[in-house]
Design a protein around this ligand. Structure first.
Ligand SMILES: NC(=O)c1ccc[n+]([C@@H]2O[C@H](COP(=O)([O-])OP(=O)(O)OC[C@H]3O[C@@H](n4cnc5c(N)ncnc54)[C@H](OP(=O)(O)O)[C@@H]3O)[C@@H](O)[C@H]2O)c1
Length: 280
């Protein structure tokens, strides 16, 4: 049986759909800010756990600048603890990190490139990567970037960029979007299928970059959203300096996937998601 942590988040929810027999825990079942009795909890399940997939994270990039301790507790210390328990129980550990561990100077990053995080959130995720690698051997450390998909069940979940754009389009005909921050984009359904492939095909343990092909600024993404949903919006490209935020972001942090079959383009994935999601 697969155990999913952070099961009510966007990615966790997708894994619950992908692995219908998996057991899902969220903060109510296990608060990762403490996570002291994880080993006993897993041993007490009565069924052998075959993999732990950790989708839980402190994900609020700007708020992390003020909540460093909590961000490190969940994104770093808890990851180290889970990794140690997985090693003890001889269970593979799948965990997710972010393109934000890179500083964006080089623009494109391979799996073995050296991180240089710019924000507290990114530092906490990089620390999680290091603790994971120190504490266990059977791991898939999967870096990904700008997720989109079905909304998280969690009551605290942030609104996705897609939702924000479509809500704004109901209220105004002119929208500004940042055009000088470039990321890879990832449809959670494609990410979950790739993770399923990693497990079932028994790929070697290690670091993987899983993102849809291509890259985009927030402006490019907004343009594609409005085109796919037939919204006539006057979309204005602006520099990130027009929207000052507490956390620094990389200018261009595109993840290169050099170890797995390439995923379809983010545009194709976005169109499929918007077509199948009637709420849009
Ligand atoms: N979203 C992106 O664009 C993006 C980009 C790159 C990498 N990633 C990484 O991908 C992974 C999945 O992200 P996501 O967007 O699916 O996350 P999400 O929707 O924000 O969900 C995060 C989950 O973590 C849980 N959580 C938070 N604090 C917790 C705690 N103290 N104890 C237990 N659970 C806790 C939340 O539970 P509650 O419901 O109780 O709050 C929620 O279910 C994360 O590792 C993230 O860093 C995401």
């Amino acid at each position: 049986m697969i155990l999913i942590l952070g099961a009510q988040g966007m990615l966790g929810g997708e894994f619950r759909r992908t692995f219908s027999r998996a057991l899902g825990w969220d903060r109510a079942e296990l608060d990762l800010a403490q996570a002291e009795n994880l080993e006993e909890r897993i041993r007490g399940l009565g069924e052998k756990v075959t993999a732990v997939i950790n989708c839980a994270a402190y994900n609020n990039v700007d708020a992390a600048e003020q909540h460093k301790e909590l961000a490190f507790a969940i994104n770093a210390e808890a990851v180290g603890k889970i990794a140690a328990v997985c090693k003890k129980l001889d269970v593979p550990f799948l965990h997710f990190s972010t393109n934000y561990v890179f500083d964006g100077e080089k623009g494109e990053y391979r799996e073995a490139d050296q991180p240089n995080p710019l924000s507290i959130y990114a530092q906490s995720k990089f620390e999680g990567e290091k603790l994971l690698q120190k504490n266990c051997d059977k791991y898939y450390l999967i870096r990904t970037s700008v997720l989109f998909g079905h909304e998280a069940q969690s009551e605290f979940a942030k609104k996705s960029f897609i939702e924000i754009m479509l809500e704004l389009s109901q209220k105004t005909g002119t929208i500004k979007a940042v055009n000088d921050e470039i990321n890879s984009l990832t449809y959670v359904s494609d990410l979950a299928k790739t993770v399923e492939l990693l497990i079932t095909k028994k790929y070697p343990y290690g670091i993987y970059h899983v993102v849809n092909s291509g890259e985009a600024s927030w402006y490019d993404l907004a343009k594609e959203i409005f085109s796919a949903t037939d919204k006539k919006i006057n979309l204005v490209p602006v520099p990130a300096s027009e929207f000052p935020r507490p956390a620094r972001r990389p200018k261009r942090a595109v993840l290169l996937n050099t170890k797995l079959p390439a995923l379809r383009s983010w545009q194709a994935a976005l169109h499929e998601f918007l077509k199948n999601n009637r709420t849009f």
